[in-house]
Design a protein around this ligand. Structure first.
Ligand code: MN
Length: 746
């Protein structure tokens, strides 16, 4: 055995203990309670558990948990529970120890966090999109249980990204992609701005190594000139702030390679035209007796006295912090040589929040009542998880919307500020305030002007939501909303509606069967399913509930004529509208009986002779209808959903016959369309144009009410059949201001 091999384990031990000492040093530098003993215990346990195992880089494995723990304490500012969990995060995953062992040694809290970390250790990416979505879901659930799980997971990922070079290329791509896709946005959303930038930059480095190198080299080539410029630019600011008596630090912030690349590709410009490579950050110690916000603006005045500000590039995150808690005042000024430079003004506290995000938030939080934006966000995650989407991919899409959105500020009519994702519509806003407001939203007033619910909000807009009790969520609203909250609420509503339709459809079909004196047993149901070419019962019920099936056919499919003579009894029927005009022509005599085994064809020639249309429900060709044979052997046609027909079906089932519409294009029927929308100039003309020009349909009467910028119009029109109505509705609803159009009964 050579001397070298003897020495190596000793060196490793030194290396490990050096790193552990550094961790303790980081910890002692924080304000946390001094639990060095517990941390030492966790370290010793993890060190023993991972003994002899090497990372791919050749380092002892324990160096990884140690590094993660250091990120946790130094870069995120978490305390002993998180440090211990970070030290132990790979123990259950990689060794024979169990969660129970951890719980026995370190208590339930640390065990719960380690358990969460173990559950999501597989990462988000998987072979199948569905698996990936499921993993992501798991991640969110774990996260909403204890936010520290995700903070440690992000630290774990950060260290893996920092050491990604020793991984084989295929793994590099996968890990880098996953980081870019999910961990960087999560870090951003949690306010870990510095970490997010580093994660993005490292991902980019491994995904596009050549581009990364090119930009890095250009940055290097520019370095000398850039430093000279920075000196020249910052000197007057330094002098001025010193004169003002401030304690402060100035830092040059160089744009990351990834952000430079993103700017180049989104703006389609070369490297040389990215003018804001450099930013200046001022972090100041606030003076006593004056609030930080005022002091930020004082510094702003001082700087803009030296350099001219760009009027459109002031970002005031001091008056209203970002949803992730970020506070600062950004201003872009013209520096020497006409070069624009961004100046970021932050107090020490603001800087802490910007660097450490959530953890710093907790530190500065004033009592429980102060619900930060981040807490609200975590609450929405919980809400989303409480109403899970049946389809995990939908869920991921919905959730991702929340991660990537950057925010704008809008105002309620009372002047209250709300934060909402960029690109949000008036409808999103309605759902953000309250789901009832969303469900009944018909439009909005933005800055006192009427707008449709699809209106895209701008920062600073004041929004008043207009509602109507009659309004219900429409399927196309899913296209109108961009926030996860609104999407989730809508999906939940539609699911509820679908359930109601399924029940309704089932009742319809069962009533139909009962009228035929048949049970909804398997044999009959299978025949019905086969007939409509549907495989699932629920799907059949749903379609029936929506009125898409001509249930009259059930008769045809299943009806076995009963031998009893229905003509022996003449019953008095309580309804039959008696429109005298329709009674012309001979009534069919009793002996020329209608063939009840076959559906009756409703032809134009037979109208008024063999059949008449019921007054109560006004069926027109194309409607789902049934026939009732009355005393005089005339068939009265009712809509299936007509309450009178339902009564007849249950009392005189044997007199119900199925009927089929023949094509009708000669007769016209008066129908009423109810149209609701935004009362904008010209909208009525648009509607009339569609009705009369497009379809040659006659309007006999119309009645329009307007209220608060919303109109409700009732149009009496003449149509041939349901197809006409459907086409008409479809085309009218294409008019931008029209919100809903439906056939109603007067
Ligand atoms: Mn790890």
């Amino acid at each position: 055995m050579s001397l070298n091999e003897e020495q190596k384990p000793l060196l490793e031990e030194d290396q490990i203990h050096q790193e552990f000492e550094a961790l303790l040093e980081d910890y002692r530098n924080t304000n946390h309670r001094q639990k060095v003993e517990l941390i030492t215990k966790a370290f010793n346990f993890a060190n023993a558990a991972h003994k002899g195992i090497k990372r791919r880089s050749g380092e002892p494995y324990i160096m990884h948990p140690l590094a993660v723990a250091r990120i946790v304490v130094r870069e995120i500012g978490l305390g002993s529970t998180s440090i211990c969990s970070a030290l132990l995060h790979d123990v259950v995953e990689d060794t024979d120890y169990t969660i129970e062992d951890i719980e026995n040694l370190f208590g339930p809290k640390i065990a719960q966090i380690v358990d969460g970390l173990t559950k999501i250790s597989g990462g988000v990416f998987a072979e199948k999109a569905s698996e990936q979505a499921e993993n992501f879901r798991k991640l969110l659930i774990t996260m909403s249980e204890d936010i520290r799980v995700i903070l440690i997971k992000i630290s774990d990922r950060l260290h893996n990204m920092r050491t990604l070079g020793s991984m084989p290329p295929a793994k590099q791509y996968k890990i880098a992609g996953e980081t870019q896709y999910i961990y960087a946005p999560l870090a951003h959303r949690l306010g870990l701005f510095r970490i997010k930038t580093e994660l993005e930059n490292l991902s980019f480095k491994y995904e596009h190594p050549e581009t990364y190198q090119t930009i890095e080299q250009k940055l290097l080539a520019d370095e000398v000139a850039r430093n000279k410029f920075y000196e020249e630019f910052s000197k007057p600011i330094n002098t001025k702030l010193t004169q003002m008596g401030y304690e402060f630090s100035l830092k040059a912030r160089l744009k990351s390679v990834y952000s430079i690349w993103r700017k180049m590709s989104t703006r389609n410009i070369p490297f040389e035209e990215v003018y804001d490579l450099l930013a200046l950050r001022i972090v100041f110690k606030p003076r006593e007796g004056m609030n930080e916000k005022d002091q930020c603006w004082m510094l702003y005045s001082a700087i803009t006295a030296l350099y001219k500000p760009h009027p459109e590039r002031i970002r005031d995150w001091v008056s209203t912090p970002k949803a992730n808690g970020y506070e600062a005042l950004h201003v872009t000024v013209m520096g020497p040589g006409g070069r624009w430079v961004e100046v970021q003004i932050r107090s020490e506290r603001m800087n802490d929040i910007a660097e450490k995000g959530l953890a710093a938030h907790w530190k500065y939080k004033l009592g429980e009542a102060d619900e930060s934006e981040l807490d609200k966000w975590l609450k929405t995650i919980k809400e989303l998880l409480e109403h899970p989407e049946p389809n995990a991919i939908d869920f991921m899409d919905t959730f991702k919307l929340n991660l990537f959105a950057s925010e704008i500020f809008v105002f309620t009519p009372k002047g209250e500020i709300k934060t909402i994702g960029q690109g949000a519509t008036a409808l999103d806003f309605a759902y953000m305030v309250h789901s009832d407001l969303g469900n009944h939203c018909i439009g909005a007033k933005v800055n006192h002007k009427l707008v449709p619910l699809t209106y895209k909000l701008n920062s600073g807009d004041q929004i008043e939501i207009l509602t109507s009790k009659k309004q219900t969520p429409q399927l196309e609203w899913l296209d109108y909303v961009t926030t996860a909250r609104a999407k989730a609420k809508l999906r939940a509503m539609f699911k509820k509606e679908e359930k109601a339709l399924i029940t309704e459809g089932q009742e319809k079909i069962e009533a139909q069967l009962a009228a035929l004196k048949l049970a909804p047993d398997n044999e009959h149901m299978v025949r019905i399913l086969n007939h409509y070419n549907i495989t699932q019962r629920n799907e059949l019920y749903l379609q029936a509930g929506k009125g898409l099936l001509n249930l009259g056919e059930i008769n045809k499919i299943l009806f076995r004529p009963k031998t009893q003579n229905v003509f022996t009894k003449y019953l008095k029927i309580p309804f039959v509208g008696s429109n005298e005009n329709n009674k012309q022509g001979p009534t069919v005599p009793v002996d020329s009986k209608i063939d009840r085994k076959k559906p009756l064809k409703l032809t134009e020639e037979n109208a008024g002779k063999i059949f008449r249309l019921a007054e109560c429900c006004h069926p027109i060709p194309g409607d789902d209808v049934l026939g009732y044979v009355d005393d005089s052997e005339t068939v009265i046609i009712h809509k299936r959903q007509c309450p009178v027909a339902a009564k007849l079906k249950s009392s005189f089932g044997e007199r119900i016959i199925s009927v089929d519409w023949a094509t009708h294009k000669a007769l016209s029927f008066e129908e009423v369309l109810e149209i609701k929308g935004i009362d904008k100039k010209g909208v009525l003309i648009e509607i009339l144009k569609v009705v009369s020009e497009g379809y040659g349909v006659n309007i006999s009467k119309m009645n329009i009410e307007t209220n608060a910028g919303i109109f409700i119009g009732r149009f009496h029109i003449y149509v041939h059949d349901v197809e006409d109505i459907n086409n008409l509705c479809k085309n009218i609803s294409k008019i931008k201001e029209v919100n809903s159009v439906q056939r109603v009964q007067e």
